[in-house]
Write a protein that binds this ligand. Structure first.
Ligand code: F6R
Ligand code: MG
Ligand code: MG
Length: 372
């Protein structure tokens, strides 16, 4: 059987009332463009949704990863939506489209991409994660817990298909190099790297015994592309589930609690990750807290499994009281951190602040310094 590709491509191309939420007219444009592309056979199925101010295009097709047709479609869709955002004078219109001419792949041009190609199993459940006001390394902790921590994922101990462990690909965003580490044998080394969230991020995960793809996440560093602050990289991640991969309930387990991620206001603060349903997928207090949505889908014969009317079906996983505790914790952590204002560690350290507007402020003081 042919392989299926799942592509999740996202960009912030303008939003309603500052950086809060993607408004309906931009969804309409994305839905129209992707419907046309489905009709003409570029993609098989799609789902448009948002993570705060980021427009998320989830697509299935059989063109493989990094397909110029599919990436071109996403680029054109973002451009059309950005034009509409500009007409409406929405905030940050066109913000993430950093380059003028499309060169066959949206990687390195601003939008974030998570893609995986695989031969469909009898049934293929996937969790689609999308976050706002944070960065790709925000998934490091979650992915370690899901694929390498037996206290999170019972299957690592109980399921013979998983007890051989997983292989993590880690990107060093500064050097633009990758390294592969195998768990459980190298789990301490893995944490040594990915605990440094400012620099290292998990890009892909495979099941060790048969090298079957298990997870893929976006690794865009907008600041390294643009050389300056252009908003955080608001990441996306795809995780395959069940029958030899972590169960849905193991993939969502890390969000029983909140944890701290970099981003939030002006991309300059540590903030609590808050799991939310789609209706709460908007960033408000102090431009946050950084939020994450999780959609459970089934891949079925090259498509996102759809209902009787042909609409793709999804389970809005975090729209559930089971995540109320994490949300409450997130607000408590938010209050504690914000009491500290602009003092570290509430604010990010000086290296991360290099890519914000703070250096412009510090420059103004430079001439006033005298030898001590
Ligand atoms: C964070 C983000 C926002 C803005 C903030 C200031 O990724 O996009 O927190 O940084 O609202 O925005 P400006 O400088 O455009 O007024
Ligand atoms: Mg924005
Ligand atoms: Mg955003």
């Amino acid at each position: 059987m042919a392989k299926t590709t799942v592509s999740l491509i996202k960009a912030d191309i303008g939003s309603l009332a500052g950086h809060i939420v993607v408004p309906p007219p931009l969804f309409n444009i994305a839905n129209e463009k992707l419907e046309d592309a489905k009709r003409s056979g570029v993609i098989n199925s799609f789902l448009v949704f948002n993570a705060g101010d980021d427009l998320e295009l989830l697509m299935t097709h059989d063109r493989g990863e990094n397909s110029p047709e599919v990436h071109g479609l996403a680029w054109e869709t973002f451009k059309a939506a950005a034009d509409k955002a500009k007409k409406l004078k929405l905030y940050g219109a066109g913000q993430d489209l950093l380059k003028d001419a499309f060169s066959g792949n949206v990687r390195g041009m601003g939008p974030g991409v998570a893609e995986m190609e695989f031969k469909e199993r009898g049934s293929d459940p996937i969790v689609v994660f999308a976050a706002d006001k944070t960065e790709p390394a925000a998934f490091n902790y979650m992915l370690y817990k899901v694929f390498a921590d037996p206290f999170n994922t019972a299957g690592l101990v109980i399921d013979p298909k998983m007890s051989g462990g997983f292989e993590f690909e880690v990107l060093d965003a500064l050097q633009n190099k990758t390294v592969r580490l195998k768990t459980p044998e190298e789990s301490y080394h893995l944490i040594a790297l990915i605990g440094t969230t400012e620099r290292y991020m998990v890009s892909k995960i495979w099941r060790a015994e048969d090298k079957e793809i298990a997870a893929a996440s976006s690794t865009t560093k907008l600041s390294l592309i643009a050389g300056q602050y252009v908003g955080k990289d608001d990441p996306v991640c795809l995780v395959r589930s069940q029958s030899g991969f972590p169960a849905m309930g193991e993939i969502t387990m890390p969000f029983l609690h909140s944890y701290l991620v970099a981003g939030w206001m002006r991309g300059s603060h540590w903030g609590p990750f808050m799991p939310v349903g789609l209706k709460d997928s908007k960033c408000t207090v102090f431009d946050g807290p950084p939020r994450i949505v999780a959609l459970g889908i089934q891949i079925s014969n090259g498509m996102i499994a759809s209902d009787d009317e042909g609409h793709p079906m999804f389970a809005d996983i975090f729209a559930d009281p089971a995540f109320d505790m994490a949300r409450r914790e997130a607000l408590e952590l938010a209050a504690a951190l914000r009491r500290m204002g602009e003092f570290e560690p509430a604010r990010l350290g000086p290296e991360a602040m290099e890519y914000t507007t703070l250096p412009l402020v510090l420059k103004k003081l430079e001439a006033r310094f005298k030898e001590a």
